[in-house]
Design a protein around this ligand. Structure first.
Ligand code: HSE
Length: 405
């Protein structure tokens, strides 16, 4: 029998307890032995909840219990999650987490401690919610290098952008709905500012490259500032707007970023709507492969956590995933890359000639207008610096968004 302790009885923690309880027999067959929850750690009390009798408030109870084989960290945030997980690994227990902030900040150290002790530190649920993406990168896509990983990595913002695009819902209402559905982070600025997607692409880039990609090196822009006008104009131009995390290797140079992008209607990521995530993995052996599914939510994420628990139980006594090294991968400067941009102008004095002249300075031979003085166009490939320079002469306020390539 494998015994598990769960750090945190929030949305994911209670989902893990529910899945382990409801699927007890099925999981026993999958793992080859029974898996039971010995402790739940939380600062709060849960009067009347069945976990009350296994609830503890002191982590030392768990760390000092030799019967606990695996700890499951689903508290979120870096501290005290880091201290708890590190102490558990040092005490000879494997660890599973859904916490992207923890993995992005401390992954190399925790992986190394696990490796040195023939333990496991697994984090499938930290990226893509219920979508298997970490394990496939380690076990299925191993015949060649992953030259590119990009996709929709944040369910909250994808839900919001979908509601704004399809239902013309306001930004505020869309965010309130995503929060009510339990998709958003405790501080939703982590979602809307792109920080959550940034940590997720840093983790994927680290796994794919085998070297630590520091999330702090990744240029990150969220969906704040995207307006209803942007949605309408993008639609008229033949695009949706998605928040994209991307890691790519071009001519030997690694690049990473998080940014909203215009995605054409015929692109594989365009139909990825609501809370769903879609991740494309491109390789030198495999052509692009797409992973698609629920990117957030209680049971999908809990399912990914439980799959890690089962994997560790089946492989007790050996490290399954080599992980990635602590050696940092230096990212190349994205601002030197040329690409097409969507440029939206709002509040311009109405003049067809001025709009045409402004668009043409970016190499665009036409523009699309939704009302007097509010129009947009797609530029010729250029650097962001060149686009910014041209925008200095904009006749109104501008928003610049790259077009996916
Ligand atoms: N807030 C995150 C999201 C939760 O919306 O994707 C899952 O990581």
């Amino acid at each position: 029998m494998s015994k598990v302790a769960i750090f945190g009885y929030g949305t994911i923690g209670s989902g893990v307890v529910e899945v382990l309880e409801k699927k007890r027999e099925y999981i026993k067959k999958q793992a080859g032995e029974e898996i039971s929850v010995k402790y739940v750690l939380d600062l709060r009390d849960f009067p009347g909840d069945p976990i009350e009798k296994i609830l503890v408030h002191d982590v030392q109870v768990i760390l000092s219990d030799p019967e606990v084989d695996i700890v499951v960290e689903v508290m979120g945030g870096v501290h005290p999650a880091y201290e708890y997980v590190k102490s558990a690994l040092l005490a000879g227990k494997s660890a599973v987490t859904s916490n992207k902030a923890l993995v992005a900040a401390c992954g190399p150290e925790l992986l190394q401690i696990a490796r040195e002790r023939n333990l496991n530190f697994q984090f499938e649920a930290s990226v893509g919610g219920g979508i298997p993406i970490i394990r496939p990168l380690y076990t299925s896509l191993t015949a060649g290098d992953a030259s590119g990983i990009f996709g929709i990595l944040n369910g909250t913002t994808n839900y919001m952008l979908t509601k704004m695009f399809d239902d013309e819902m306001s930004y505020e209402d869309a965010l309130a709905q995503a929060q009510a559905l339990g998709y958003a982070e405790r501080d939703p600025s982590a979602d809307v500012e792109g920080f959550d997607a940034c940590r997720k692409i840093a983790i994927l880039a680290s796994v794919a490259s085998g070297q630590f990609v520091d999330y702090q090196d990744i240029p990150t822009r969220g969906i704040v500032g995207i307006t209803q006008e942007d949605m309408s104009l993008a639609d008229l131009l033949g695009y949706g707007i998605k928040l994209i995390g991307r890691f790519s290797v071009a001519e030997g140079k690694p690049y990473a970023e998080v940014t909203p992008m215009l995605v054409p209607f015929d692109h594989a990521l365009y139909p990825v709507k609501d809370v769903f995530n879609g991740i494309l993995v491109d390789g030198d052996v495999n052509d692009a492969i797409m992973f698609y599914g629920s990117g957030a939510g209680k049971l999908p994420t809990a399912g990914a956590v439980v799959s890690d628990i089962i994997d560790i139980t089946k492989n007790s006594g050996r490290t399954i995933q080599a992980g990635y090294s602590a050696e940092k991968l230096e990212l190349a400067d994205l601002s030197a890359c040329k690409r097409a941009f969507y440029v939206r102008v709002a509040g311009a004095a109405s003049s067809d000639d001025a709009a045409r002249a402004f668009a043409s300075s970016f190499g665009a031979d036409s523009y699309t207008e939704i009302e007097d003085g509010t129009y947009a166009f797609i530029t010729e490939p250029m650097t962001r610096a060149a686009a910014d320079k041209l925008c200095a002469d904009a006749p109104g306020s501008v928003n610049i968004i790259p077009v996916i390539d």
